[in-house]
Ligand binder design. Sequence first.
Ligand code: HEM
Length: 310
Amino acid sequence: MDDTQHFDDIIKQLQEKYTKIDQDTDDHLYGLLYSKPITYWDYIQTDALLNLQIQRTTLPDEMVFIAYHQINELIFKMILWEIQQVAEKENLNVEFFENKIMRVSRYFDMLTTSFNIMREGMEIEQYMKFRYTLTPASGFQSAQYRMIEFASTELINLIDYRFRKTIDRNTPFEHAFEHLYWQAAGKDYKTGKKSTLLVNFEKRYKGDFIRFMQTYNTKNLWSRFKELPKEDQQDADLVKAMRHFDYTVNITWVMAHYNAAKHYIESGTGDGEATGGSDWKKYMHPKYQKRIFFPELWSEKELENWGENI
Ligand code: HEM
């Protein structure tokens, strides 16, 4: 095919495309005449991105803290992006499912192995100073982290163990919300009083969370897995990928986070309290929480020993 023929063919395809959506092809071709050639910085929005790191103090290591949290939020976004595709996929099959779970796992592997950037990347003296300007905020208030949990498993697996028997599929979402495991970080169970950390978080996100919980109630990763034909649910590679994801999110990442927190909070230079005010040691350790997205994929013994000996 010579050039003219080739151009004619493209014009014909463009005409078909624009006719379908009631548009004049020539207007769009004129638009091309005046459009700006793309550059890396316009496309990636580097100027906008690099202007989002605003310190509250003059301490240089606060920049590490801000940038690393932002990197985490970007990766959380990519994780939700992949999970959403599984949630919405028509005619879901094992290959697609496994491929997406592996993508999500790689992101979490990266977040886990990079946590040393937090643990070793800031001077303790600096951290112990700038953290005073952050109270009562905490990474606890990362909405995307909570959304990853809602999108991964059935709600019952995110309910505080003490209340699981009182909650089933007919329980209103509002009630389930009040008994999510993470309420324990900010609620005094004797008085029911919520901490400022939790009050602020709910004021901003509760409505969004309830809607998200409803949406993912039937299309979270576990529900979609159970929709696969029985033999596909036995697929060794898929089961391995699901277990890897569960273990990485709920043990490896949690432990990397716990160790970083311990490194600073227990450094002996502060009051040993978390900025969000939780009973952090007990709250954060996986052996107490036993958060598990896919309990049916683990043996009795593995469930019992969840988060032990690590
Ligand atoms: C030096 C670094 C860090 C320290 C000392 C730290 C400390 C803590 C503490 C003590 C909590 C418990 C809630 C509270 O009372 O504040 C918490 C929760 C949390 N943090 Fe961090 N954190 C650090 C870095 C990060 C990073 C980089 C992320 C990534 C976004 C993050 C995400 C979270 C999340 C999602 C929770 C809630 C976890 C749960 O509910 O189990 N943290 N953090």
